[in-house]
Design a protein. Sequence first.
Length: 255
Amino acid sequence: MSLLLFGGFLLAAVADVEGSAPSEAIEVRVGIVAFEDFHERAGKWEGFLGEVASNNAQAVDFQIAVGTYEDVVHWIRNGMIDVAILTPGSASEMLTSTGTSTDDGDYKYLATVALRSSHSNGVASDQGGGALSESYRSHCVVRADSNVRTAEDLRTLAKSGKIRFLFVHPLSVSGNLAPRIALQTLGVEPRSDQIRYTYSHSASLRALLDESRPSPCAAFVWDGYLENAGAPPDEFRIVPFPELAALEIPHDAIV
């Protein structure tokens, strides 16, 4: 979906809800889930929404609020924002659980975010120049000097309790749900003492570099994150994990 087409659709939907006259400025409150260090991603959304506003005949004021998975779901459920940009896990949680209507009516699914694939590795990337994709995958990442090199290594170490798994958030598909499904295919159900939630993809990578940890760690991040974050390639290594690579994940939903 093009920038102008989506922008016009978004503004038409909000104007319909607000009932604003063409001569009035539209204030659009946008909530965005922060699943990584957010300053760069926030800048991209501010630029996108600014372009939407500049190409609209009616004055538009986008008010952006950044919050956790739970924050943004709470905001839209309680009518505190007009538009939510949700990760697939939080979108599913909101749209399939009880209490999914505001006083003004049901939520409307507007679009799925599409990113261009990276030329170098085909994964979804904010900086890629390839074809647009509405889906991505999860990567299993370890330190470059880790002795974990295959999915079988993950299985063996997990069974013996000699590895910790760094998951992002219970509602993160690439950082928790998809990896757990892939691990289950290996016969692995991580124990609670083998799990740490970091609450952002960037925090998972930082935790990998914490040399104080007594046992190996494996982190799970979305497949464009290493490239987008500019992570030094000599510090991390992606573990081949066919069962995880087979799981396709939709990009963020705009509701």
